[in-house]
Design a protein around this ligand. Structure first.
Ligand SMILES: Nc1ncnc2c1ncn2[C@@H]1O[C@H](COP(=O)(O)OP(=O)(O)O)[C@@H](O)[C@H]1O
Ligand SMILES: [Mg+2]
Length: 208
């Protein structure tokens, strides 16, 4: 880490959620910097405790955005994560974007294939999530019709009594339930869009 603060501004803005703001890294095109909107809530430090736990267990970070450490920015403490880019260099877009705009069946099928792969990965490794949401998953296009779905936000456990942290059986059940609820929610929202509805239904029914 240099002694000078990294300067982030509007030109580097990537997105803002309810807890964090995210910028492109000014010195590294393959990374982004997340800054907690309320440093006291320690949202990112809490998420990183889970990252460490999974890293210790030897989990690979190819379907979860890898973490690279802290930096000081002009807006306070920042956390550096990898920034997914498509085969053409463009910054990868979230799953919500593809659900809304994609009219190519081959690409849509691949997005859902990616989500199923992500769900299976999370269940098999016991990767806990607070909430599954379509804007917290990125579809990274590796070729024009092939890509992978990466989890960028929501790693952790918000159970009141976090039994799932200790019991693998509970963890799997909680993860399946979070995905189940997400799929049901998106089926409901997309009742009038059969091409999306049917795909979520299939994802919902797929064995994990
Ligand atoms: N690795 C990433 N690649 C591309 N965009 C990202 C990445 N991480 C975050 N973003 C963008 O920043 C937004 C906010 O980041 P996120 O971690 O979801 O914050 P919050 O916890 O507030 O929801 C995301 O919705 C997305 O638009
Ligand atoms: Mg988010």
């Amino acid at each position: 880490m240099g002694s000078e603060a990294l300067v982030v501004d509007e030109s580097l803005f990537l997105g803002k959620g309810s807890k964090r703001i995210c910028y492109r890294h000014p010195e590294d095109a393959s990374k982004c910097i997340k800054i907690d909107l309320n440093e006291k809530r320690k949202i990112t430090p809490k998420e990183l405790k889970y990252y460490q736990r999974y890293a210790r267990k030897g989990v690979r970070f190819d379907l979860i955005a890898p973490y690279f450490g802290e930096v000081i920015t002009n807006e306070g403490k920042g956390y550096v994560f990898s920034l997914a880019r498509d085969y053409n260099g463009e910054i990868s877009k979230d799953v919500r974007y593809y659900l809304k705009t994609c009219r190519n069946d081959e690409v849509l099928d691949d997005v859902f294939k990616g989500m199923l792969k992500l769900k299976r990965f999370m269940v098999s490794h016991g990767i806990m999530t607070t909430l599954v949401e379509h804007h917290n998953m990125i579809y990274q296009r590796i070729t024009p019709h092939n890509g992978k779905v990466i989890f960028i936000d929501g790693i952790g456990n918000n159970q009141f009594f976090p039994s799932a942290n200790y019991l693998q059986m509970h963890a799997k059940r909680v993860i399946r339930r979070k995905w189940f609820k997400f799929e049901q929610r998106l089926m409901k929202w997309n009742r009038d869009k059969p091409h999306i509805y049917e795909r979520f239904k299939a994802l919902n029914e797929a064995r994990t």
